[in-house]
Design a protein around this ligand. Sequence first.
Ligand SMILES: C[S@@+](CC[C@H](N)C(=O)[O-])C[C@H]1O[C@@H](n2cnc3c(N)ncnc32)[C@H](O)[C@@H]1O
Length: 331
Amino acid sequence: MNYIGSKFKLSSWIKDEITKVVGRNLKDKILCDIFAGTGIIARTFKKDVKKVICNDLEYYSYVLNRNYIQNHQSKDMAFDLIDELNNLESKKGFIYQNYCLGSGSGRWYFSDENGAKIDAIRSKLELLKKSNKISDNVYYFLLASLLESADKVANTASVYGAFLKNIKKSAQQKLVLKPANFETNSNEHLVFQSNANELITQISGDILYLDPPYNARQYGANYHLLNTIAIYDEFVPRGKTGLREYEKSKYCSKQFVKTEFENLIKNAKFKYIFLSYNDEGLMKSDEIKEIMSLYGKYSLKQKEYQRYKADNSRINKADKTIEYLHILVKN
Ligand SMILES: C[S@@+](CC[C@H](N)C(=O)[O-])C[C@H]1O[C@@H](n2cnc3c(N)ncnc32)[C@H](O)[C@@H]1O
């Protein structure tokens, strides 16, 4: 999935830098990816460590990682259900009614056909779960598959903060439910949907990877439709984009970010802490250094990086940016 701040392209560099500090043998280590988003960093380490703890504030992220991280044995995964779901008759439900043009909603996030297909699959999933016909593992596997597949045919420039005025080519393609495959292994992993600053007081481990938002763009607003498909409740969508209520992150606020960050570092019961942050972020590198240095031995790595373009209307159009990895070995 295209995701603001995704570390997909940086994951091998990050892994390299982490192992340079911690060592190559991670078999007895617990790693926590506490702002996990798509979970790519947690996924990168899933097979190497004893346990991954994965967390994000957003429910869509929980669903993805509940599948990609917590699912680790494929034997009860219902790959044949994918076929059945792909062949359901369409249904003009909540997504069609509120996010497709044909319903008169005025919103064009999905073609009419794809909106009604999302509704059909999503309703059936709920039915299967409520009647105990599928396990939780299978439910999250199928729901993650739906989120990934729906995202591929969304009529947006990439985030859900706005839809396009004309339907783009990829959004005209028929939605095909594809399995959200996950790595299998014998270890158990944990996934949460919490505020990182609350969760940090309840967990401990060895390696803490931090990738908070670095600017004012709230993920709950930019990915609201993924939450709406994942939660699938009834509410009155707000405004032109059909927004739902969302929790605001203090990491997106110039006023609160430093205090929030320092509390996180202070409360972390992890020896090795790695923070990914961008050179255009709300906190300046010097400020991060100052905070982290209070709690142990600090160092910094950096890499020039071709950034992910969220849309064409960005005010700052620089294509290259420097990605920093701030490192703390805690006292
Ligand atoms: C830069 S993205 C992480 C990207 C991720 N590393 C990836 O590669 O997909 C930041 C994430 O932090 C989450 N987030 C924001 N505030 C949070 C908070 N207070 N606690 C937990 N997660 C938060 C957002 O929902 C978003 O998914």
